[in-house]
Design a protein around this ligand. Structure first.
Ligand code: ADE
Length: 271
């Protein structure tokens, strides 16, 4: 049988599947996790919480702005990476390009058992989202890669599933919903139609790009996204995002800590 997303029947049907994980990998205790976060504001509280140290002899190529923190927390080796600041403009390198690059480089260098992509997101009140809600993501896709040619259309949407975590779903009190990813903070009418088609409760600027790399390198991945702004609400997105960023980051980091505590001492098949 063709492996998932190898261009075989699953891919042709556009059906999202999770990155393949072999039996041995499923049953080994998880020892190394990689947390990928886009913004420094989101990363700093977790660096402090897990008492991570900055890696000054970077595992990343010279010149790359990417930043790695590392340490041991309970029985887990934790690496946390963020794409750093744009060297010219000095702002966080948000978006799919930096997310995919840093994910690729970090997985190659660090060989994690599991990736957690954590971050903030816009939420849709029509799907039940409110500011401060934290979502465990049940499916990811892109909403701004429109290629209206058969099969390329499915490639553009790039639907993927996170690794299966039925026990996290059952035992932790997180909302469950789908994530749609694009490179803009705002939402064009075309994006809106794609987000609706993706059945997304939240939208971000990195998730589906991380999922693409994780699938390519066969690393199981989960996505935790906290809502800073309501996309289908009446407040301007940028204002609401900036106003809520610090407070929502606290909620995000509490949930990431809960998930990391849950993972500690378990195998993938127990999640
Ligand atoms: N991150 C936080 N809010 C967002 C939004 N509205 N769109 C994309 N990414 C976000």
């Amino acid at each position: 049988m063709a492996p998932p997303h190898s261009g075989g029947p699953d891919a042709a049907a556009g059906e999202a599947v999770a990155a393949p994980v072999d039996q041995q990998q499923q049953q080994r205790p998880i020892s190394s996790i990689l947390i990928i976060i886009a913004m420094q504001t989101e990363a700093t509280p977790l660096v402090n919480k897990f008492q991570l140290k900055e890696d000054l002899d970077a595992v990343f190529p010279k010149g790359a702005p990417w930043v790695r923190y590392y340490g041991t927390y309970k029985d887990l080796q934790i690496n946390l990476v963020w794409p750093g600041k744009d060297s010219t403009l000095g702002v966080d390198c948000v978006g799919t390009v930096s997310a995919a690059l840093v994910a690729y480089a970090a997985v190659q260098a660090l060989k994690p058992d599991l990736i957690i992509n954590a971050g903030t997101a816009g939420g849709f009140k029509a799907k039940g989202a409110g500011v401060g809600d934290v979502y465990l993501i049940s499916g990811v896709a892109f909403h701004d890669r429109r290629i209206p040619i058969p099969v390329f259309d499915l490639y553009g949407v790039g639907s993927r599933k996170p690794c299966s975590t039925p026990n996290i779903v059952k035992d932790l009190n997180l909302k469950i919903g789908k994530l749609s990813t694009g490179d803009s903070l705002d939402m064009s009418p075309q994006d809106e139609a794609s987000i609706t088609a993706n059945d997304a409760a939240v939208k971000d600027m990195e998730g589906a790009a991380v999922a693409y790399v994780a699938e390519m390198l066969q690393v199981p991945t989960i996505f935790i996204k906290a809502v800073t702004d309501i996309v289908d609400g009446d407040k301007p997105t940028t204002e609401e995002f900036l106003k809520n960023l610090a407070a929502v980051t606290i909620a995000l980091d509490e949930s990431v800590t809960q998930v990391v505590d849950y993972i500690d001492g378990k195998c993938l098949c127990e999640l």
